[in-house]
Design a protein around this ligand. Sequence first.
Ligand SMILES: Nc1ncnc2c1ncn2[C@@H]1O[C@H](COP(=O)(O)OP(=O)(O)OP(=O)(O)O)[C@@H](O)[C@H]1O
Length: 338
Amino acid sequence: MIEVQGLHLRYGGVAALDGVNLALRAGEFVALLGASGSGKTTLLRSLAGLEFPDAGQVLIEGRDMAAVPARERGVGFVFQNYALFRHMTVFENIAFGLRIKPRRLRPGRAEIVRRVEELLALVRLPGMGGRHPDQLSGGQRQRVALARALAIEPRVLLLDEPFGALDAKVRKELRHWLRGLHDRLGLTSLFVTHDQDEALELADRVAVMRDGRVVQFDTPEALLAAPADAGVAGFLGDAVPIDCVVRDGQAWFEGLPPVAVAGVAEGKAVAFLRPVDLLVEPGAGEARVAAARQDGRGVRLTVETAGMLLEATPAPGWMPRRGEPCRVTALAARVFPA
Ligand SMILES: Nc1ncnc2c1ncn2[C@@H]1O[C@H](COP(=O)(O)OP(=O)(O)OP(=O)(O)O)[C@@H](O)[C@H]1O
């Protein structure tokens, strides 16, 4: 559906894209995840036809986009803080998406009214067409921006941190709603975020970018279970890196029992452990409860062992008390040579 092959783009001395390869299937919702400056926005803008790569190819539905201008790519685009036209009403903002269509595809006036009403209903803002952007909440404004992007009936939707500026609760609501809309409309979507929770929760597959490249492209489950390298492991799943030594098929730690590892070279290594990987039981052991509190998700536990503070998971039914001695077992670890 969307194929990116060997994409390179330099800004002066900086390789913003350094050989990007990525292939999205029709109907997929893919998150593009990466640290600031890893090239996410540049990749999205290249797909939209707003940047021109130095080398490589972008194919959409098998067609090479090199000579296809942005407005003819059939791609809808939503940015973070998408500047709606402030002097225009919501209706006019959305209609703009239709009016910029090439002349031969541009609908007539009555059709535009009908389509805008339909889009307002779709983004759950019926009857709001007469308002100006400054009379809307941030979440409502982003939905207008989405309606404007959807006005051209794109097959492909590109979203660059569309909810980045909104508070956590609204953001969470909108992302689930967006995922539903994507499914209903049968879109193929690429969603930029630097929020791993957002990526892992929403996407069918996640492309992790670093230094202008896609370093791993996988399902959320596969990314968490088998990160491609230490960089990806450290970026995902709240994992903490802990030094260890690999010997006889096990990783040996200070202050933790060894964990079986397969296929890692013997010698110094670094293990990434998430809170769910560390099971803590009450009773005499090397570790101590450093902090424990209950919240809506269960018990949040921090243990101290060998001078390290580690977030961990308490054994079922146990409410740990601060200072209590305990034993920590690592259930799994992702280990890479140091
Ligand atoms: N117009 C530009 N001129 C010069 N350098 C640029 C330009 N746009 C981006 N860059 C550089 O290209 C690299 C990739 O930038 P890009 O905006 O694609 O990253 P990003 O992953 O989207 O970052 P963020 O999460 O901060 O938005 C960065 O090093 C950035 O400084």
